[in-house]
Design a protein around this ligand. Structure first.
Ligand SMILES: Cc1cc2nc3c(=O)[nH]c(=O)nc-3n(C[C@H](O)[C@H](O)[C@H](O)COP(=O)(O)OP(=O)(O)OC[C@H]3O[C@@H](n4cnc5c(N)ncnc54)[C@H](O)[C@@H]3O)c2cc1C
Ligand code: SF4
Ligand code: SF4
Ligand code: SF4
Length: 437
């Protein structure tokens, strides 16, 4: 087993999730990334096979992971994944809470664990200081580094390459990761226990899809902003739920849209979604210790509707339960337990849409003998609703060419985009769809 096998069986077959695990586990550090964030060989491979064995792109054994981690069977129709507790929470520190993408809980818990010396650092994603519109994985070992890396970055970032730094270090670390990256982390805990045991906590992010890097760069350009003028880009800047924001070097602060970020992302994912995301059937980071997502208070009534600027958290393992309990007992976070039946309908709709559409695609590609990942699950026949949804989603692919993308972006980030968004929201309300506002 060597790198060429990974190249031929995963990358060239379109199965690479660009997670970075292969580079992170390579003991001789000969894997780097090209400009599209695909792995490439940049030295002499010693054929140890670790990259192939840990790669989540082509093979993830969901039933085995469910048995090993939760002692339960995998259920492809369970939208939430194995969940012991569902929480709505926020850190007590208001700066951390209001600087986060949702309620700042990922950052808050990392800071808590660092302060308590439960971890020596955390693998997170920050912006590149030289090109502040690009993202990169970092090993944050100080509170300032962790705070600096708050906020979601919705673009492909092979952040797991930073695992290579753990190999040289002692201690325990937390890793913040997307579902596909967690699949790789769980594999490497088996294949590379020396490195695996340094991973004390896996914090997963709910994930609908991820943009290829050109996505937000083309959005910036569509708003007539030159990349060289960008001092900082934010996917979720300027309040909550926030949106695409550019801070320019001349000091100006430019929000790129007024439309709800969810609606912007829904268009962006169709135009710029990374191909492997369209075959992914894990939406809520089902194999994390704790998984984190947005809590939309206005979807609820009564007391729950008052819990704005919070993070929704699925607690899945004992390690996750312990952190939440201790952080609450030490007064670092405020915690509300939510019965599982009260899971956000918005999040469930996202998971249902993603899983349903991607199952349709998976089965279609499989029937045409095209490469698909092996999940060790026999996929059930999708519903006609999922097939319709997948067809409508695919219609957008007609605009994935350069001209089509530019045309849609120009509309999306203009006053006409606001009008069309308003009409779409009215349509959803009239016909019982799920409104974003
Ligand atoms: C690509 C992507 C898709 C998502 N899709 C959804 C969705 O559909 N629905 C939903 O409810 N939530 C989604 N989320 C999660 C949501 O945006 C928040 O990240 C989550 O609610 C945690 O918020 P917080 O305020 O607690 O985190 P914060 O305190 O803001 O911390 C976020 C942490 O995540 C790290 N991070 C940021 N981007 C990445 C990345 N690309 N890969 C790995 N780590 C990263 C940061 O470095 C930071 O440590 C998505 C996140 C990402 C990155
Ligand atoms: S480990 Fe991740 S980045 Fe490397 S080939 Fe596999 S999916 Fe791609
Ligand atoms: S992990 Fe092993 S097989 Fe993969 S590139 Fe590195 S040396 Fe080669
Ligand atoms: S949709 Fe799946 S493959 Fe794509 S980034 Fe999210 S978890 Fe990874």
């Amino acid at each position: 087993m060597n790198f060429s096998e990974l190249q031929q069986n995963i990358v060239e077959k379109g199965l690479c999730a660009r997670c970075g695990i292969c580079a992170g586990v390579c003991p001789v550090q000969v894997i780097s990334f090209d400009q599209d964030n695909f792995p490439q060989l940049s030295g002499k491979c010693t054929s140890c096979g670790l990259c192939t064995k840990s790669c989540p792109g082509g093979d993830v054994n969901f039933p085995e992971l469910s048995r090993t981690l939760f002692n339960t069977d995998y259920d492809q129709h369970d939208l939430q994944g194995y969940t012991e507790n569902l929480y709505i929470a926020h850190p007590e520190d208001n700066d951390v809470r209001f600087s986060g993408a949702s309620g700042g809980m990922v950052t808050g818990l990392l800071l808590y664990l660092l302060e308590k010396k439960e971890i020596d650092g955390a693998l997170v994603v920050d912006y590149d200081s030289d090109q502040p519109y690009l993202t990169k994985g970092i090993l944050a070992t100080t509170p300032d580094d962790i705070k600096q890396a708050a906020q979601s970055k919705y673009c492909v970032t092979p952040s797991m390459e930073v695992l290579r730094e753990l190999r040289k270090k002692k201690g325990k670390y937390a890793v913040v990761a997307l579902p596909c990256q967690i699949h790789g982390l769980r594999k490497l805990q088996q294949t590379d226990p020396g490195l695996g045991k340094k991973i004390g906590y896996i914090f997963g992010l709910y994930c609908n899809c991820t943009l290829k890097t050109n996505g937000h760069l083309e959005a910036i350009k569509a708003c007539n902003i030159k990349l060289k003028d960008v001092a900082r880009f934010g996917f979720r800047g300027a309040g909550w739920p926030g949106g695409f924001v550019v801070d320019k070097k001349d000091g100006s602060h430019i929000p790129l849209h007024t439309i709800n970020i969810k609606n912007v992302m829904n268009v962006m994912f169709r135009l710029f979604g990374a191909e492997r995301c369209y075959l992914c059937v894990d939406a809520l980071a089902e194999y994390a210790d704790l998984s984190f997502g947005d809590f939309w208070a206005f979807d609820y009534s009564g007391e729950l509707a008052k819990l704005e600027r919070c993070t929704l958290i699925s607690q899945r393992t004992e390690a996750g339960e312990k952190v939440m309990r201790q952080a609450a007992a030490d007064g670092a976070i405020t915690l509300h337990t939510l019965p599982k039946e009260f899971m956000s309908q918005r999040i469930l709709k996202m998971a249902q849409g993603k899983k349903g559409r991607n199952r349709v695609r998976f089965l279609r590609m499989q029937s045409k003998r095209k490469p698909v990942p092996e999940y060790h699950v026999s996929m059930d026949e999708p519903t006609s609703r999922a097939k319709r949804s997948e067809f409508l989603y695919r219609c957008w692919f007609l605009f994935r060419g350069k001209m089509g993308r530019t045309f849609i972006l120009k509309i999306l980030f203009s006053p006409l985009g606001d009008v069309l968004d308003m009409v779409n929201e009215k349509r959803k309300k009239l016909f019982g769809g799920y409104s974003s506002n």
